[in-house]
Design a protein around this ligand. Structure first.
Ligand SMILES: Nc1ncnc2c1ncn2[C@@H]1O[C@H](COP(=O)(O)OP(=O)(O)OP(=O)(O)O)[C@@H](O)[C@H]1O
Ligand SMILES: [Mg+2]
Length: 258
């Protein structure tokens, strides 16, 4: 399975930490900076990107897997300038795919990646088989956590399992719903300390997104969070610092240099 550097998985241990919202905010920020972006709903079977955005795309991943439509024809365009490949909410069959279908599913991001600067994979929480197969298609991962002890414990569990099963994928941490930037840095430091001590890993801090009442308010309206809200500005800063071409080049050079 070929993984590509422009495919970025968005994962978490605990659910409900803001992966889907963040994936949408990053897609919008990258599109605004001129990138061609695909937002891939890899949390199959649950109500996700299309629901948060109030869209009803004509096609979804189930149509691709059933051979009803080619991958590129299942993609829908969002008015904010990025593309979306929808999962299908309420489709329990998609949530537990057999092995052959998992392989087919995991090959879809790479089929589309050449058409985009960045493909963002919004994954299910935890590390079930579907999540692990989709994550193996990604060249990078953002691991989203909040300061809650359960979120941190579950994020650590994901780091531990990834260190064993996907050692090449070195996740960077996003602290979401932080009370302040200082609180976000402290949350990252706690997780990084445990990873350094027990896993010999030092997951870098990709960014901090502060808690912002504009996020749940917009999601309730199935609308985008205003771009000038606190959380959107933090997400844009994260996109520029971590996913802009110059930031990626820097990381590749860094990796190449050891
Ligand atoms: N920065 C933030 N400030 C305030 N609320 C937030 C923030 N980010 C996300 N939320 C809220 O957290 C809730 C969960 O968000 P979201 O659905 O994106 O999480 P998720 O990690 O994708 O969940 P799941 O694991 O179920 O897929 C939403 O109600 C959203 O409004
Ligand atoms: Mg989600």
């Amino acid at each position: 399975m070929r993984s590509q550097n422009n495919i970025v998985a968005i994962a978490s241990g605990k659910g409900g930490v803001g992966k889907t919202w963040l994936a949408i905010a990053l897609a919008r920020a990258l599109a605004a900076s001129g990138q061609r972006v695909l937002l891939f709903d890899g949390d199959l079977g649950l109500a996700n990107i299309d629901v948060q955005l109030g869209l009803s795309p004509r096609h979804d991943i189930a149509d691709i897997l059933a051979g009803r439509v080619a991958a590129q024809d299942a993609v829908a365009c969002h008015a904010q300038g990025f593309d979306i490949l929808a999962g299908r909410s309420g489709n329990a069959a998609l949530a537990s795919l057999p092995e052959t279908m998992l392989s087919a599913l995991a090959s879809i991001p790479a089929l589309l990646a050449d058409r985009y600067d960045t493909v963002l994979l919004d994954l299910a929480a935890g590390m079930d088989a579907t999540m692990r197969r989709l994550a193996s298609a990604a060249g990078a991962m953002l691991l989203v956590a909040t300061g809650e002890p359960t979120s941190l414990t579950d994020a650590y569990a994901v780091l531990k399992r990834l260190a064993r099963e996907c050692p090449a994928l070195e996740p960077a941490v996003v602290v979401n719903m932080a009370g302040s930037l200082a609180a976000g840095r402290a949350t990252h430091a706690t997780l990084a300390r445990a990873a350094a001590q027990f896993l010999a890993r030092r997951p870098p801090l990709a960014g901090i997104v502060r808690r912002d009442p504009a996020v749940p308010a917009a999601i309730r309206r199935q609308a985008l969070v205003p771009a000038n809200s606190l959380a959107s500005e933090d997400a844009t800063a994260l996109a520029n610092a971590w996913l802009a071409p110059s930031a990626r080049r820097g990381k590749e050079l860094h990796l190449a240099g050891g």
